[in-house]
Design a protein around this ligand. Structure first.
Ligand SMILES: [Ca+2]
Length: 471
């Protein structure tokens, strides 16, 4: 018997105001939310500018399936302005095979009004729910955007119609008890020129050129988990007008559309669908995909990946998906003379090295240890004890050392927290173990701990056999 859907928007019972879920029969398949989003997600996802975002969350794409898309934003990001204020919600087709939700929101200053229409249906051939979104926008004061400051001499203005993100992506950045399963390795897309684009998931490849248009009806697919590959489908004129940007935090997708000056003065509508991509299609896209372009960071095509106990021997290859059950971040060189040493170390042939003649600091940093960077949850009692072995040769200045620092990433939140430093080694020392601790509660809005290996002065330093212990 083919599945017959019976959709409804329901309010669940609760202590006070209940949650709103779209249901298929008795089964909840997506949550309509306008809840207060706290730190660190508020900072990282909404730039502290949209405290109660209007979103569809935990989208199930097949009857009986698990949620595959964690969130689809139902508002417009108009440069620095957002249609953040909910005006109305209209529901049609309750208890039917096609549910239509119309969500009206406005930019609080009165610049624009958004009318986001979700039409939910079921495609029995693909065994997939179809979440069809129409993102209408009426700009009441186009002059706000139609000026030299916003266009900057270009012919088009870019506005963001959604910023969706996935379930289970990225994988956990370190191994820990109770961690979720890593399932995906690639993003694939059918571009406007007919070619197929691929991006390996490894945090650093998000810098490769992303699609600047899509084939009409083209797909953007997260792959490869059998039977569970979510797709965004670009409908009609939206396909050629859309560009994609991918954020390395969690591979969330910035869906952007380009407009001429004249187009800002007329009603705007972008259309996209969220649905399952058949496995055969995902495989065909992978086989047809153009090669991954060279990916570099500070001249490196591979970097040592972060582990809580490391000899700095394992590489993160920037043009490939990360293997294994985790999705780690790499150690990053900052400043002159930082080199990943592949022929010398304490217990093997790998270490992190800084060698330079001039004064001042160079660092190796890893700034993604923490529950805002996909590890286990923190409590206020969190603390870290970190140790590393340091070998120095003729180091002058303030010396070589390990440091820890609470860390927050966002232009709206300056990095204001102090370095907690270990013993500093000046001169020439054989392998010497240094250690430093940092104790919670972390300051507000903090999402991670930053680990720093620093040489402040001329000379040569090797760092090896790092250990991170949660207290
Ligand atoms: Ca080593």
């Amino acid at each position: 018997m083919p599945h017959r859907p019976l959709f409804a928007l329901r309010t669940s019972g609760g202590v006070c105001a209940g949650e709103q879920w779209i249901c298929d029969g008795e089964k909840p398949i997506a949550c309509l939310t306008r809840a207060l989003v706290e730190q660190p997600e508020q900072n990282l996802r909404y730039f502290n500018q949209n405290l109660k975002p209007l979103e569809l969350r935990q989208l199930v794409l097949a009857p009986g399936g698990r949620p595959l898309v964690a969130g689809v934003q139902l508002f417009w990001n108009l440069r620095t302005l957002i249609t953040s204020e909910l005006v109305d919600l209209q529901v049609q087709g309750q208890e039917s095979e096609q549910l239509v939700l119309t969500l009206i929101s406005r930019e609080p200053g009165g610049v624009a009004t958004s009318r986001r229409v979700l039409t939910l249906s079921y495609d029995p051939e693909r065994g997939s729910y179809i979440y069809a979104f129409a993102a209408h926008l009426e700009i009441h004061s186009p002059e706000v955007f139609d000026n030299p400051r916003e266009f900057g001499g270009g012919e088009h203005l870019t506005l963001q119609y959604s910023d969706p993100w996935y379930c289970d992506v990225p994988g956990p950045t370190v191994e820990f008890p109770g961690m979720w399963r890593k399932r995906y390795t690639h993003l694939l897309a059918e571009q406007g020129d007919g070619s197929v684009w691929q991006m390996p998931l490894n945090h650093l490849a998000t810098g490769i050129p992303c699609p600047q248009s899509f084939r009409e009806g083209g797909l953007l697919v997260l792959a490869h988990d059998e039977g569970n590959n979510p797709a965004f489908e670009f409908v009609g004129a939206t396909a050629s007008r859309s560009a994609l940007a991918v954020c390395n935090w969690g591979y969330d997708l910035h869906l952007l559309a380009r407009y001429t000056r004249d187009e800002l003065y007329a009603p705007i509508c972008e259309r996209f669908r969220v649905r399952l991509c058949p496995d055969t299609k995902a495989q065909a896209l992978q086989e047809a995909a153009a090669p991954v372009p060279k990916v570099e960071y500070a001249g490196c095509t591979e970097l040592p990946l972060y582990e809580r106990r490391t000899s700095f021997a394992r590489p993160l290859r920037l043009d490939q998906p990360t293997g294994g059950p985790t999705d780690p971040w790499p150690w990053l060189p900052q400043g002159q003379g930082a080199r990943w040493c592949r022929d010398f170390g304490r217990s093997d042939d790998h270490s992190l090295m800084i060698a330079k003649e001039h004064a001042g600091p160079t660092e190796w940093i890893m700034d993604r240890e923490g529950d805002g960077a996909w590890t286990q949850k923190w409590t206020p009692a969190i603390g870290f004890r970190v140790s590393v072995y340091i070998k120095t040769q003729n180091v002058g200045g303030r010396g070589s050392f390990l440091a820890l620092r609470w860390d927050v990433h966002n232009e709206y939140n300056p990095e204001r927290y102090p370095y907690h430093c270990s013993q500093k080694l000046v001169g020439t020392h054989d392998w010497t173990r240094v250690q430093v601790e940092i104790h919670g509660p972390p300051p507000p809005a903090i999402h991670a701990l930053c680990l720093i290996l620093r040489q402040d002065g001329p000379g040569t330093t090797w760092f090896d056999d790092l250990e991170v212990e949660l207290l």
